[in-house]
Design a protein around this ligand. Structure first.
Ligand code: FE2
Ligand code: FE2
Length: 482
């Protein structure tokens, strides 16, 4: 019998899916493994492959105590295949198969659709590792360096999770897709990653924190809706991935929070009252709040594009087929088929931004995006409480959803963070007030220097309140090889 809670570490690929008895899939994954390691060495964290990093590794899928912490060299991290335990009698909970037993095999008619969903999710995982690979050398502390690497190895494991599904359920075309996932590269002109935000640069640590706050949170929303899937192996995979994802958003939220904290403390100490006096604040070697707002604007708007077009027949098809549900689908009180339901969607009508009721089925992307925005807004309020507590007069805000969009209804209009539509000439005059300018980038870059002393932190960021795994402030989270 396979132990579906604890992980079998006797095979080269740790797993709780009984790979020892599943020779075909085990061999396919073992065949894919060397290419993965090559990818990790080429595209994973630059300059730290020999360092010993204090990482958590999943040893179980039991919500109480699923991970253990230890020093490992990243290329030796035990990337494994882990699924949340099977729920007996689970059903398809929405769409036209609602009430039928959950699919344990891929339904023939949905094969292409399901493969596409898995490949799109899978493609984002290695992409962020590629985007973040150069950040190690400018880490503000060993604590932050360790958190970056934790996120990176887990994104690597998420790739394994999707590749397992491809190998196990999609035969030859699954194997081909798994190879392609190692071939595409973030930002590559010929062979980019599939989604826009995953081809952008992550030029500095504030970007990294914003990315893990905003873009990993999109990951959370996508995983939440795939965790609802009637295709049970996908649901179980995503449910366990969500356990890991929580830490990624913690890294983002506390990273930005600590940056804000440090800025406000420095302002107070220097007696600076006007948060918009950028030159004075920057003279203190901290990141002024207006620049933090601009970074927030950028990463939020880039991430909104990941939700796709406002009106999407694909999302309706995924839902009808029972493959991708809504956020917390089973907690929603309706028919879970949405035959006659409508959902309000912001659209551009005669040059104005207006709310229009659309069939709920084709507006599913917007529903998920609205749930996402609500989740983001709560985090922004937690940041504002830090500002308030320090007695600084400034408020961070999410920009309007039409701001800086490249996909959907608003891709061809200039919209301010408050939602005003501007002509090109007016927009050009204010653009740098709302989005990071090249001089903002230069300033941030000037702060990005590595701090590798034990218990040492860069001057622009506060130390965390609590260590990882409850370690003390002077803990050596990364032992950098001599
Ligand atoms: Fe991930
Ligand atoms: Fe993540």
């Amino acid at each position: 019998m396979t132990d579906t809670i604890n992980v079998d570490y006797s095979t080269r690929i740790p797993n709780n899916v009984g790979l020892t008895e599943d020779r075909t899939v085990l061999r396919a994954l073992e065949g894919w493994h060397p290419g993965y390691i090559d990818w990790w060495k080429d595209m994973g964290p630059e300059g730290f492959q020999e360092a010993l990093v204090y990482l958590r590794t999943a040893v179980s899928v039991d919500p109480q105590g699923w991970a253990k912490f230890d020093y490992v060299k990243m290329p030796e991290y035990r990337w494994g295949v882990l699924l949340a335990p099977k729920e007996e009698g689970r059903k398809v909970n929405f769409g036209k198969h609602k009430g039928e037993a959950a699919f344990q095999e891929v339904p023939g008619e949905y094969r292409a659709m399901l493969r596409r969903l898995i490949v799109i999710q899978g493609d984002t995982e290695p992409a962020s590792v590629e985007q973040q690979r150069h950040l190690g050398k400018t880490a503000p502390s060993l604590y932050d360096l360790r958190n970056l690497f934790q996120v990176n190895v887990e994104e690597g494991r998420h790739l394994w999770a999707m590749v397992y599904l491809l190998h196990k359920y999609f035969g030859r075309d699954g194997r081909e897709e798994a190879e392609e996932l190692l071939r595409r590269r973030s930002g590559d002109a010929d062979s980019p990653r599939m989604l826009g935000a995953f081809n952008e640069k992550t030029p500095d640590w504030l970007s990294f924190f914003m990315f893990t706050f905003f873009t990993d949170r999109d990951g959370k929303m996508q995983l939440e809706s795939l965790a609802q899937s009637g295709f049970d192996p996908l649901s179980r995979t995503c449910r366990f991935m969500l356990t890991e994802e929580a830490h990624h958003m913690f890294v983002g939220e506390t990273g930005v929070g600590r940056t804000i904290q440090r800025t406000c403390e420095a302002m107070k100490k220097a007696g600076i009252e006007d948060a918009n006096d950028i030159a004075k604040v920057r003279a203190l070697g901290v990141i002024d709040l207006p620049t933090i707002q601009k970074k927030l604007n950028l990463h939020y708007s880039l991430t909104l594009d990941l939700f796709g077009a406002e009106i999407s027949t694909n999302s309706a098809n995924f839902y009808n087929a029972g493959l991708k549900g809504r956020f917390q689908e089973t907690k929603i009180d309706d028919d879970h088929q949405l035959t006659n339901a409508v959902y309000p969607v912001l659209k551009l009508v005669d040059g104005k931004i207006v709310k229009v009721d659309e069939p709920a089925l084709t507006a599913l992307n917007m529903r998920l995006r609205d749930d996402y925005s609500e989740d983001c807004a709560k985090g922004v309020e937690r940041w504002n409480r830090i500002v308030q507590k320090e007695g600084v007069n400034f408020r961070l805000e999410l920009p309007h959803v039409a701001f800086n969009r490249k996909i959907g209804e608003f891709r061809n209009v200039n919209v301010t963070p408050k939602g005003l539509i501007l002509g090109d000439a007016d927009w050009a005059k204010v653009r740098d007030d709302y989005l990071p300018s090249s001089s903002d980038g230069e300033y941030l870059n000037s702060l990005m220097t590595g701090h590798f002393g034990v218990g040492e932190y860069a001057g622009w960021i506060a130390a965390p309140k609590v260590g990882i795994d409850n370690k003390p402030g002077d803990f050596e989270y990364v032992r950098i090889a001599a």
